[in-house]
Design a protein around this ligand. Structure first.
Ligand code: AAL
Length: 390
């Protein structure tokens, strides 16, 4: 009798649970009917609005969290850099991508230490800077954890007039090629604001990231011919090794001041000192400001921010040339300089990035303008938990 009672009660609860489960499922089905766009991963088999077609055709996955090239960005203040209490006389900006060598991370950047903050082109002279990057040199710092940095001092000094870069050397990036290191940078021959920004790219080389750096003292990527999209400047040189060659991406300011149109081009070479051949498809990215790219799977991904119709996007070119929007995001790092573990390995399966350094600009307000380096963290990697990505 007791046994039958126990079985009866158990059956009652089992049936109750099953019927509740069925009711729940029915409720879900009902809501799925009411909202057929609960973002299924596969494109629904029915006529779609243009917005929904785009959602499936233009992006790698409709749900941002499932798109490997979607990320948001977290920022952390770096330790180890003195900014003279933010009085505008010291500035650090436009960092290079980060490399790992002998158990240390290295970053190179534009460093300005002047007697006054920037005063604009008219008031500038041999010691008064016109802009945040005028009269700058390239300095470097090392770190064992990516948060605490030790500034090591100058890597590239301004050369004597009239050598390329005599007014300022800025906005550098690093290449490792056949055991040697190359720093590419903008070489100013006039103050920024007085058309000094119409500058080409110069290069210095060394046997180790610690230097000493030998300047090549020649323009290695010249501005385009008159009428070409990059006739005014070659900025933000950014080299990677891809398809057995040096793939150097760069930005140019085209158009007419103040209506600059900033786009990005590509120049490739077999020798770091040139000659570089510009892609016949240039510009290859129609928007963005400073260049920030990394190998991803078989292709190259780019962070595109600040300027242009396609700003705030992460783009992908499976051939390194024909970029498409992979995702749209927000609060992107400016002048992003990621730690790219496979920047120079000629990988066919780029792992992506999880952190880097970027800059915050125009701090201090009028009269005290300067910039600061900050760390950013993100998830633009195939395998964020891989210790090699850290
Ligand atoms: C930056 C870069 C280049 C420009 C100036 C300094 O952020 O795009 O380097 O010339 O601004």
């Amino acid at each position: 009798m007791k046994k039958n009672y126990v079985i009866g009660v158990t059956m009652y609860f089992v049936l109750l649970l099953v019927s509740c489960g069925t009711a729940e499922k029915e409720k879900n089905n009902e809501s799925a009917k009411a909202f057929p766009f609960m973002l299924p991963d596969e494109k629904p088999d029915r006529e779609l609005s243009a917005a929904m077609e785009r959602l499936y055709d233009d992006y790698a996955a409709p749900k941002p969290e499932e798109n490997e090239l979607f990320s948001q960005f977290k920022y952390t203040e770096l330790k180890g850099f003195n900014y003279s209490d933010g009085d505008g006389t010291i500035s650090r900006r436009d960092p290079s991508k980060i490399v790992f060598h002998n158990n240390k991370y290295y970053v190179w950047y534009t460093y300005r230490h002047t007697s006054t903050p920037p005063q604009g082109a008219k008031k500038s002279n041999d010691t008064i800077p016109s802009s945040d990057w005028d009269l700058a040199e390239i300095w470097y710092a090392t770190s064992t954890d990516g948060f605490n940095w030790e500034e090591q001092g100058v890597a590239i000094k301004r050369p004597k007039k009239p050598i390329v870069g005599w007014r300022a050397v800025t906005t550098t990036d690093i290449l490792e090629w056949k055991g040697k290191y190359y720093l590419y940078y903008q070489g100013f021959m006039e103050a920024s604001g007085k058309r000094g920004d119409d500058c080409p790219v110069a290069v210095s080389y060394a046997d180790s990231p610690d230097g000493p750096w030998t300047p090549y003292n020649k323009i290695v990527i010249p501005n385009g011919e008159e009428g070409e999209w990059d006739q005014y400047s070659i900025h933000d040189p950014y080299p990677l090794v891809y398809k057995g060659k040096i793939y150097l991406y760069y930005k140019s300011d085209t158009g007419v001041k103040p209506h600059w149109v900033r786009m990005q081009g590509l120049a490739t070479a077999d020798n770091p000192l040139g000659p570089f051949t510009k892609s016949p498809l240039n510009p290859v990215i129609s928007s963005g400001h400073e260049t920030s790219l990394f190998p991803f799977k078989q292709g190259i991904a780019a962070l595109v921010y600040k300027d242009g119709n396609e700003h705030n996007t992460i783009q992908y070119a499976k051939d390194g040339v024909n970029f498409e929007i992979a995702s749209i995001t927000e609060l992107m790092p400016y002048a992003a300089a990621p730690f790219v573990a496979d920047a120079f390995t000629d990988t066919k399966d780029g792992r992506g990035i999880t952190w880097g350094i970027s800059h915050f600009i125009n701090l201090g307000g009028r009269g005290k303008i300067h910039s600061k380096l900050v760390r950013f963290d993100c998830d633009l990697s195939q395998d964020i938990d891989d210790p090699e990505m850290k």
